[in-house]
Design a protein around this ligand. Structure first.
Ligand SMILES: NC(=O)c1ccc[n+]([C@@H]2O[C@H](COP(=O)([O-])OP(=O)(O)OC[C@H]3O[C@@H](n4cnc5c(N)ncnc54)[C@H](OP(=O)(O)O)[C@@H]3O)[C@@H](O)[C@H]2O)c1
Length: 324
């Protein structure tokens, strides 16, 4: 049985069926690995080809057949600045449909515990750093990904509304920039870190003498390995119950230049790194305040260099399944 809203959640039943929506992606695959490693024996997922979550009837049919007791919603249309600013309708419409379908079906079929995943782009462009959860809806969004952000904000409110109207202990978490296995390394769809891994690895392969990155390299960003994020998600499912979404991050940031230096070193790149300062830098700093998560007793464990070594090794060993 589930616990009433407001009480400390009990440990999840390792035998219960858990549906991880988006189980092939960066986030979903890490969560699936974490659950299986922790003894969950009935973790299920479907690819977007097998089950298109934009299709409401198909989603309800799947829930009726599978009847998961717990759900992690890590399926979304995700992309970098270029994709987000070029296709805002797709990012808004597809993500709203995915969320509404999965959350409505989860409600109809009595899912006891659900974790909805959003991202740090939900916060106002000029939010005070480090960004606290309370900054949500206190200012204007970054225009390049506002459509995506609005979809994610709708998801947070949907989860809160289910708690209020139906008393179910569902929760939401907002991870910082993530990296790790199964990331998207394609030049048009990827985030800064996988794009850089690809750029430096390509430079090594082609014996290039210089690599050029966008901007000045001075903006500060926070990065978390997906396995750390997955560990935090399981921790929250078992230790957190509140309408307030929770930030997930390492609590520290680095400059883009520092990241480039580590990736250059990890990939074995010996050439020069140039910075194209005619290209935009974006916001000077983006760091989440993770005190709420820390208060629940969770800390990040994977050091950035170690995480990048693992990710580059995975990237090089996974040519056949890479999104690039
Ligand atoms: N990457 C980050 O740095 C980051 C940071 C913070 C938060 N997040 C959040 O985490 C969530 C997942 O992101 P991610 O980085 O893991 O993205 P991802 O690697 O692109 O994975 C997204 C997953 O969603 C699935 N999906 C997309 N459209 C679908 C559809 N119509 N029907 C069924 N499945 C669909 C894809 O399934 P298939 O593979 O089967 O096509 C894919 O496995 C998002 O909500 C994102 O905001 C990500």
């Amino acid at each position: 049985m589930t616990h009433p809203v407001g009480e400390t959640p009990n440990k999840l039943d390792r035998g219960a069926r858990v549906y991880v929506a988006g189980h092939r992606g960066l986030v979903g695959s890490a969560i699936m690995r974490r659950l299986v490693a922790d003894g969950f024996v009935n973790v299920v997922g479907k690819t977007s080809t097998e089950l298109d979550l934009r299709n409401r009837d198909a989603v309800f049919g799947y829930f009726e057949q599978v009847r998961p007791r717990y759900v992690v919603l890590a399926a979304a249309k995700v992309g970098g600045i270029l994709a987000n600013s070029t296709y805002p309708v797709d990012f808004l419409s597809e993500n709203v449909r995915i969320q509404v379908n999965v959350l409505d079906a989860a409600l109809q079929f009595g899912v006891e515990r659900l974790l909805f995943l959003g991202s740090s782009c939900i916060y106002p462009k000029f939010a005070e750093q480090p960004i606290k959860e309370e900054a949500l809806l206190t200012g204007h969004l970054e225009p390049t990904n506002d459509a995506y952000a609005i979809a994610k904000i709708a998801g947070i409110l949907h989860v809160q509304a289910v708690r209020r109207q139906y008393g179910l202990p569902w929760i939401s978490a907002m991870p910082t920039n993530l990296y790790g296995p199964n990331d998207n390394f394609s030049p048009t769809g990827s985030h800064v870190l996988p794009a850089m891994i690809r750029r430096y690895d390509d430079a090594v392969a082609s014996n290039a003498t210089s690599v050029t990155n966008w901007g000045t390299g001075t903006p500060r960003r926070e990065f978390l390995h997906a396995d750390d994020m997955a560990d935090a998600c399981l921790h929250l499912l078992e230790n957190y119950d509140s309408p307030q979404h929770v930030n997930i991050g390492s609590g520290t940031d680095v400059t883009i230049r520092e990241i480039a230096e580590i990736i250059a070193s990890v990939t074995g790149y010996q050439g020069e790194t140039l910075w194209d300062s005619d290209k935009p830098d974006g916001t000077p700093q983006k760091l989440l305040d993770v005190s709420k998560l820390s208060d629940t007793g969770w800390r990040s464990k994977i050091d950035l260099r170690d995480g990048l070594e693992r990710t580059v090794a995975w990237y090089r060993a996974s040519a056949d399944i890479l999104r690039r």
